[in-house]
Design a protein around this ligand. Structure first.
Ligand code: FPP
Length: 251
C-alpha cells in the first residue's frame, strides 16, 4: 500500500512517450479488504470501487489508451453470499443507468462481455440501453466483464464451432487462431497489451485467458478503491520499460 489516497494525488498524464498500451485489462481486487480495514460493510467497499472505476476510465481516456477492460464480476462471484451478489448487481445497475451521460460526454463506448443473461431482465435492459447510448463513442472503448470467465468463453466458442461444423456450415480445416478468436466475446477487439491486478494478489483468476497470451502483467500493491490516475500511470510506465518479444530472440 502506498499510503496516499488516490483522490489526493494529481491526475498525472499516464506515460510520456509513445509506448502507451493500446488495450489495458484490470482485475479490480481488494474492495472487501478496503472496507474491512475501515470497519465498513463490503457493499461500501464495492461502492468505493465503482468510484475508482470512474476515475480510472477518465484517466485511461486522457492517456490515450484505446481499450480498457474491467473485470467487475467473475463467473465464480456467483458463489458469494446472496446479499453480496445482490449488492453488486444493484451497484452495477445504478452505475449503468447513471453513468451513461458522463460516458457519452467523455467519448466512451461501453460494451459488456460475459454471460449477461444470468443477471435477469432488469440489468439486461440497463446493459442494452447503455451499449446503445454509447455506441458513437470513439475516444475510449470500455469493456465491462460481467459474469465473465475465460474458460467458459472458450468452451462456448468451441461448442459453437463444433455445432457449425456438424451442420456443415463451417469447414474444420478453416479453424485457425483468427477464426477461433472471432467466436469469443472480444471478437474484433485487440488483445490486451497490459493486465493489471490490484491488492497484491498475483493470479489471472480466469480473466481473458485466450486474449492475454502475450500480455505484460503488472501487480500493484494498492486496494482497488484507492486506485486512480497515478497508479495507472505507474503501471503504464512499467509496461513502457518492458521489452516485448513475442517469443523472438532479443535484438
Ligand atoms: C474484488 O474485490 C472486486 C469485485 C468482486 C467487484 C468489482 C466491482 C467493482 C469495482 C464495482 C463496479 C465496477 C464498475 C465498472 C461499475 P473483493 O470483494 O474480491 O475484495 P477482497 O479480495 O478484498 O475481499
Amino acid at each position: 500500500m502506498d499510503g496516499m489516497s488516490a483522490a489526493a494525488k494529481p491526475a498525472t498524464a499516464v506515460v510520456a512517450g509513445s509506448k502507451v498500451p493500446r488495450h489495458v485489462g484490470i482485475i479490480m481486487d481488494g474492495n472487501g479488504r478496503w472496507a474491512a480495514a475501515r470497519g465498513l460493510p463490503r457493499a461500501l467497499g464495492h461502492k468505493a470501487g465503482a468510484e475508482a472505476a470512474r476515475r480510472t476510465i477518465e484517466a485511461a481516456g486522457e492517456a490515450g489508451i484505446g481499450w480498457l477492460t474491467l473485470f467487475a464480476f467473475s463467473s465464480e462471484n456467483w458463489r458469494r453470499p446472496a446479499d453480496e451478489v445482490q449488492d453488486l448487481t444493484l451497484l452495477l445497475r445504478h452505475y449503468l443507468s447513471h453513468e451513461v451521460s458522463r460516458l457519452v460526454k467523455e467519448g466512451v463506448r461501453l460494451r459488456v462481455i460475459g454471460e449477461r443473461e444470468r443477471f435477469g431482465p432488469d440489468l439486461l435492459r440497463a446493459i442494452l440501453r447503455a451499449e446503445e447510448a454509447t455506441e458513437g463513442g470513439t475516444r475510449l472503448n470500455l469493456n465491462v466483464a460481467l459474469s465473465y470467465g475465460g474458460r467458459a468463453e472458450i468452451v462456448t466458442a468451441a461448442r459453437e464451432i463444433a455445432r457449425r461444423a456438424a451442420a456443415g456450415r463451417l469447414d474444420p480445416e478453416s479453424v485457425d487462431e483468427e477464426c477461433f478468436g472471432s467466436f469469443l466475446g472480444t471478437a474484433g477487439m485487440p488483445d490486451p497489451d497490459l493486465i493489471i491486478r490490484t491488492s497484491g494478489e498475483q493470479r489471472l483468476s480466469n480473466f481473458l485467458l485466450w486474449q492475454s497470451a502475450y500480455a505484460e502483467f503488472v501487480f500493484q500493491d494498492v486496494l482497488w478503491p484507492d486506485y486512480g490516475a497515478s497508479h495507472l500511470a505507474a503501471a503504464c510506465g512499467e509496461y513502457a520499460r518492458r521489452d516485448r518479444r513475442y517469443g523472438a530472440r532479443a535484438a
